[in-house]
Design a binder for this molecule. Structure first.
Ligand SMILES: [Zn+2]
Ligand SMILES: [Zn+2]
Length: 316
């Protein structure tokens, strides 16, 4: 960002150098120091290399000077996606096609999370259809073999009246439960906060997807007290999503940064409705990096055993 570059110029001036595009000019008229690469540029300033997604003047230069730059999540570390749709709701591909495409991209496990019954527009699943889907997932798991695992989840509506779209008995039978706000996002803060708090406080709810529900550029998303959402996510061990779809990027980078400070567990998911959507992952990773999230914080970098242990511990 511009602010980051301004800070670099200030640092350069303190060393008696004027920084222009690719070179330093000594202010006393000495020979120009050309920088062939960005790495060279940081080296002249006695800084470790700072990757582009951290260049926001949000403390990265001070952290770099102290040797405390975060080891932010890298796309190669992602081994799972916890949020996707199939032809059972509004997706375009079968369970098996999604699993095979994910494996081809280096994933080790996925969660199938089709929409729930009250979202009629997306062909949401009744419990009855959910258990039919479970049979297809079991068959696909058989076909994928031991090196890949498909978990059965749901993307459950947090309904406008504040109730959840499935009974606890249904949720208890699923491997992974995600809750989402899709409807009545423009409710007053008090009302929409009650809805998201109900989801966060339900012990069966493992993750909140795209927490604010914003859609860029036109839909601003729910008026949440994000500090309270983040703190409750910590206390209830609920995962919050960084939705990688560039129309969402929700949580956004500034929310991620605060979430990391508070110790929220996060996930980066493509919300794929088609195998091509797995390509969106890098947008989510960049958002996580801008929020200083490390692999430890991002569940998609965990082996499946670690995730399952985390979910079990939450169940207490
Ligand atoms: Zn959604
Ligand atoms: Zn979704």
């Amino acid at each position: 960002s511009k602010d980051h570059n301004v800070r670099l110029r200030e640092l350069a001036l303190k060393q008696g150098l004027s920084l222009n595009e690719h070179a330093f000019t000594p202010t006393d008229g000495g020979d120009e120091i050309l920088c062939a690469s960005e790495e060279d540029l940081y080296e002249v300033l006695n800084l470790p290399y700072i990757i582009p997604t951290l260049r926001e003047d949000r403390g990265e230069i001070e952290a770099a000077q102290k040797g405390e730059l975060p080891k932010v999540i890298q796309i190669e570390q992602i081994v799972s996606d916890l949020h996707m749709h199939t032809t059972w709701s509004d997706g375009k591909m079968s369970v098996l096609e999604m699993a095979q495409a994910a494996q081809a991209r280096g994933m080790q496990y996925i969660v199938i999370s089709d929409h729930s019954q009250s979202l009629g527009i997306a062909n949401g699943l009744t419990p009855e259809r959910l258990w039919q889907e479970a049979e297809e997932i079991a068959a696909a798991n058989e076909q994928m073999g031991p090196d890949f695992r498909i978990l059965h989840g749901t993307e459950m509506e947090i309904k406008a009246d504040g109730t959840l779209d499935f009974e606890d008995e249904v949720l208890a039978r699923l491997d992974f439960v995600t809750a989402s706000l899709h409807v009545s996002l423009s409710q007053p803060r008090e009302q929409v906060m009650l809805r998201i708090m109900t989801a966060l406080n339900n012990p069966h709810v493992d993750m909140i997807a795209h927490p604010t529900g914003r859609l860029l550029p036109d839909r601003p998303g729910a008026d949440l007290d994000m500090e309270q959402v983040l703190q409750t996510a910590v206390s209830t061990q609920t995962i919050l999503e960084i939705n990688a779809n560039p129309a969402r990027l929700d949580l956004r980078d500034s929310h991620v940064r605060r979430a990391v400070e508070l110790g929220v567990t996060l996930a980066i998911n493509c919300d794929a409705h088609h195998v091509d959507h797995f390509e969106l992952l890098h947008y989510g990773v960049a958002t996580a990096q801008r929020g200083w999230a490390t692999a430890e914080t991002i569940v998609n970098s965990w082996p499946i055993a670690k995730l399952l242990a985390f979910l079990q511990e939450k169940q207490g």
